[in-house]
Design a protein around this ligand. Structure first.
Ligand code: ADP
Length: 412
C-alpha cells in the first residue's frame, strides 16, 4: 500500500473505474471514458491528499488541563454575597458576604447571620424545589439597601438533600430607579392634571351665563390661554427630556461655536438684561447645536426668572486651564440654600414651587440641562450664595478638529 493513502482511497478508485466502464458501455466513446477515468482518479487522489492524510496526521488534542480552581476560588471571584449552608450552619462565605454580614458568620447559625423573618424558613426549613421564587429582604446591611435572596439546595449522590447555596443580589439600584420612574409618572400626571382641570372648569363657567359678559369672557380666555401654554411647555419639556435620554449614548460630534450660539440665544431673549463676557477665539465644542441652544435658554432663562428685578445675567465663556470650554451663567438673585443644590437637577424638584409656576417654570429645566451636559461628556456645577446670587458653570470638551488658540488669555 502506498504510504499516505488508505483503503478508502483504493475503494474510491475502484468506483471511478466501474463508472468509467459504465460510461464506455453506454456511450462506446473512448475519449469520454478516458476523461471520466483520469478526471475521477485525479479527484480521488487530490481528496485523499487533503482529507486522508489530514485524518492520519491530525494533531492529537492537547491534554486537558487538570482543574486547579477550587470552590473557594470560584466563590471569591463572585462579586455578590454567596454563602454555603450545611444543615443550619454557614460552611463558607465569600468576601462580599463577610463584608455585608460580618467576618464571624462562618461556623454560625445561618439564621443569626441573616436575621430576617422572611429568610429564616427558606434558610433551614424544608425547601420545596417547585417554590424557588426569590425573597426580597429590606434592611440587610444599611437600612435603605434592598436585597433579593435566592436559595438553591444541592442533592447528595444518594438523593438526600445536600448543602444550600444562598445567593444575595443587590437590588438597591434597581429599586431606586423603579421608584424614580414611578414618582416621575405620578409627578408628570399631576403637573398636567392641574392646568387641565382649570381649563375644563373655565370652559364650564363660560358655557353658562358668564360667557355672555365680554369682560368676564376675555378674562377667562386669558387664564385658559395661560394654562394651555403651561401644559404645552410641560409637554415640550417632557418630549425633550425623553429625546435627550434616548440619544444618551450617541456622542455629539459637530463643531459648535458656543460664542455665536450665546449671541443668538441672547437675541432671542431680547428685552432681558444679559451681559456677555466672551474670550476671543474660544475653540468650538463637540456638540449638538439644538441641545446646546436649549441648555443656554434654560440657564439664561433661570437667571432672568430668579434674578432680582433690575439686575443683569452675566454669561462668560473661556477656555479652561484643562483645555475644556467653560461657560458660566451668573445671576444676582436670592440664591439657593446649600441643602437644595444637590437635588436641583431632579425632575420636578423646585425650591419654591409657587414662584417657579408663577414664572412659567416646568421644574424640568435643570434636569434637561444635566442630561444635555452628560450626553456631551461635560460637567455641571451649581454654586450659590444666599442673598447674593447663583452661578451655573458648564465644562464642555473641545471639538477634535478645533485647535485652541494659544493667544487666548485664560483667567480663572
Ligand atoms: P423651573 O422650571 O422650576 O425653573 P428648573 O429645573 O430650571 O425648574 O430649576 C429647578 C429649581 O431650581 C427651580 O424651581 C428653582 O427653585 C431653582 N433654581 C434654578 N435656577 C435658579 C437660580 N438661578 N436661582 C435660584 N433658584 C434657581
Amino acid at each position: 500500500m502506498i504510504h499516505g493513502f488508505g483503503v478508502r482511497t483504493f475503494t474510491a478508485i475502484g468506483i471511478v473505474a466501474l463508472a468509467a466502464a459504465a460510461v464506455f458501455l453506454l456511450s462506446h466513446d473512448v475519449q469520454t471514458t478516458l476523461v471520466t477515468l483520469v478526471g475521477g482518479i485525479a479527484a480521488v487522489l487530490a481528496a485523499a491528499g487533503t482529507s486522508e492524510t489530514t485524518v492520519e496526521e491530525a494533531p492529537t488534542p492537547p491534554p486537558t488541563e487538570a482543574p486547579v480552581t477550587g470552590l473557594g476560588d470560584v466563590l471569591e471571584a463572585i462579586v455578590e454575597p454567596i454563602l454555603i449552608v450545611s444543615g443550619s450552619t454557614v460552611a463558607q462565605a465569600n468576601a462580599p458576604a463577610r463584608a455585608l454580614l460580618g467576618g464571624h458568620i462562618v461556623g454560625q447559625d445561618v439564621r443569626l447571620a441573616i436575621r430576617h423573618p422572611a429568610a429564616a424558613e427558606r434558610l433551614v426549613g424544608p425547601l420545596d424545589p417547585a417554590v424557588s421564587a426569590p425573597i426580597d429582604l429590606v434592611g440587610l446591611g444599611t437600612l435603605d439597601q434592598r436585597w433579593q435572596m435566592r436559595v438553591v439546595q444541592s442533592a447528595r449522590p444518594n438523593g438526600t438533600p445536600g448543602q444550600r447555596i444562598v445567593h444575595l443580589i443587590d437590588q438597591t439600584g434597581n429599586y431606586a430607579a423603579e421608584r424614580m420612574r414611578v414618582d416621575f409618572v405620578a409627578n408628570a400626571s399631576h403637573e398636567l392634571r392641574t392646568p387641565l382641570a382649570s381649563i375644563l372648569g373655565y370652559i364650564e363657567t363660560l358655557s353658562d351665563d358668564a360667557g355672555d359678559d365680554p369682560g368676564i369672557r376675555n378674562r377667562f380666555l386669558t387664564i385658559m390661554d395661560n394654562e394651555a401654554r403651561r401644559m404645552q411647555r410641560l409637554v415640550e419639556d417632557l418630549i425633550s427630556l425623553s429625546r435627550i435620554e434616548a440619544e444618551k449614548y450617541r456622542l455629539p460630534d459637530r463643531a459648535v461655536d458656543l460664542a455665536a450660539l450665546i449671541a443668538e440665544v441672547r437675541a432671542e431673549l431680547a428685552g432681558s438684561d444679559v451681559m456677555l463676557d466672551i474670550a476671543p477665539a474660544v475653540p468650538a465644542v463637540a456638540g449638538d447645536r439644538v441641545q446646546l441652544s436649549q441648555m443656554l435658554h434654560n440657564l439664561i432663562g433661570n437667571g432672568i426668572k430668579y434674578g432680582a428685578p433690575g439686575t443683569s445675567v452675566a454669561v462668560t465663556l473661556r477656555q479652561d486651564r484643562t483645555g475644556m470650554v467653560r461657560l458660566a451663567v451668573a445671576d444676582q438673585g436670592d440664591g439657593i440654600a446649600a441643602e437644595h443644590i444637590p437635588r436641583l437637577t431632579e425632575r420636578f424638584y423646585r425650591v419654591d414651587a409657587g414662584r417657579s409656576r408663577a414664572a412659567g417654570g416646568t421644574g424640568l429645566g435643570l434636569a434637561i440641562v444635566k442630561h444635555i451636559v452628560e450626553r456631551h461628556r461635560g460637567r455641571l456645577d451649581i454654586a450659590s450664595v444666599v442673598g447674593t446670587g447663583t452661578t451655573v458653570s458648564i465644562l464642555l470638551p473641545v471639538h477634535a478638529e478645533s485647535t485652541a488658540n494659544p493667544s487666548v488669555v485664560i483667567k480663572t
